[in-house]
Design a protein around this ligand. Structure first.
Ligand code: NAD
Ligand code: IPM
Ligand code: MN
Length: 343
């Protein structure tokens, strides 16, 4: 019999709890189908920080790391915490502390939404680059250091090559090694090594600036895009636009080398959307598709496919939130999707 999966839920801020409320019933549904899952709900986010002064306590981080298998995350970010300290100490701490090197952000437009027929997958390094948060601010001078290490670069690129090989599609590395000679120079060197080891994958490196131009002009020529943390963040918001916008884009982060028990975190690409929080306007599709990515990662493939199918079915029948031109509330959209799930 499968062992019990322990999954932590961190809804976070803004629309995070609203979209999480539409993903949570999928956990009851999957349990009713016989999957063994234990859920742990955690309160961390801006409200908790502003009330208690706590972001993510170290003991909780360690419990997650060693006592959970996966995390389902909503979003963090709150105008009441302008320096984003809690977002850093919760979300970036989890990505970096769990060594979740690979952040997978697929773009597969849903029926009648965005640009039909695209299938682009962004593999974004998730722990390094300028997100290492080393730097300083002095009078008249500010420094953000970007550190890239070979093990993380290699892990990310190996995952991207594996993804492209599995799909039989092209792989493009986004870089600016013409300027960032050290950091992106390392990316290009490891990339070239892996190109030689995977001759069956059509692979090319592109300067990220011209890549963005080509991506807008001819998105169908892209299959898998690999990028460092910063470029991958930017590129994946652009690919989200091809699929209808921020409300629909899912992501999954994982640690291919499995350094800890907790080796996966699913979250939508979007943030806490303070402009629409509390108004029932958030699209739960990005969150629900992220949950499906996590199901597949945990080996629950039929359920992952069923959730993705239910989303496509609902959207295909015109059930949409306002961002996609519809008028359903977050909760009604969640209900519409669930009505297409098998019992
Ligand atoms: P955002 O993604 O929160 O919002 C950008 C735009 O997209 C807004 O107009 C918003 O209304 C819209 N949008 C986002 N999610 C939507 C959804 N589910 N349905 C419909 N529309 C949606 O990005 P932002 O405004 O740059 O950032 C707001 C806060 O979120 C900031 O504090 C930022 O740091 C944080 N943030 C967090 C994450 C995360 O937790 N992973 C990601 C991005 C931004
Ligand atoms: C994302 C977000 C985060 C990032 C922020 C909130 C730290 O934009 O998940 O894409 O830049 O990684
Ligand atoms: Mn982003």
């Amino acid at each position: 019999m499968d062992s019990v999966i322990r999954m932590a839920l961190i809804p976070g801020d803004g629309v995070g709890p609203e979209v999480m409320a539409e993903a949570e019933p999928l956990l009851d549904w999957i349990r009713a189908r016989g999957r063994r899952l234990e859920v742990l709900r955690l309160p961390y986010g801006a409200d908790h920080f502003l009330t208690t002064g706590e972001t993510l306590p170290e003991s909780v981080f360690q419990d997650l790391r060693d006592g959970c298998d996966a995390i389902l995350f909503g979003a963090v970010g709150d105008p009441r915490v302008p320096d984003g300290r809690h977002a850093e100490e919760i979300l970036l701490r989890l990505r970096q502390g769990l060594d979740l090197t690979v952040n997978f952000r697929p773009c597969r437009p849903l029926p009648g939404v965005g640009q039909a027929g695209l299938h682009i997958e962004v593999f974004r390094e998730n722990t390094e680059g300028p997100y290492g948060l080393q730097g300083s601010t002095e009078p008249g001078r500010a420094v953000d250091m970007a550190v890239h290490t070979e093990p993380a670069v290699r892990r990310l690129l190996e995952a991207a090559f594996a993804g492209a090989a599995a799909r039989g599609c092209a792989l493009t590395l986004a870089h600016k090694a013409n300027v960032l000679k050290h950091g992106h120079g390392l990316w290009v060197r490891v990339f070239q090594e892996l190109c030689a080891a995977h001759p069956q994958v059509p692979a090319r490196g592109m300067h990220a600036d011209i890549l963005l131009c080509a991506l807008v002009q001819d998105p169908r020529s892209f299959g898998v895009i690999a990028a460092d943390n910063y470029l991958g963040d930017l590129i994946s918001d652009l690919t989200a636009a091809f699929a209808g916008g921020m409300g629909t884009a899912p992501s999954l982060s994982w640690a291919p080398h499995r350094p800890f028990r907790c080796a996966a975190l699913a979250e939508p690409v979007h943030g806490s959307a303070p402009d629409i929080a509390g108004s029932g306007l958030a699209n739960p599709v990005g969150m629900i598709l992220s949950t499906a990515l996590l199901f597949r990662h945990l080996g629950w493939k039929p359920e992952a496919q069923a959730v993705e199918g239910a989303v496509a079915e609902a959207i295909g029948r015109g059930m949409k939130t306002r961002d996609l031109g519809g008028s359903l509330s977050t909760a009604d959209m969640g209900t519409a999707i669930r009505s297409h799930l098998p019992r």
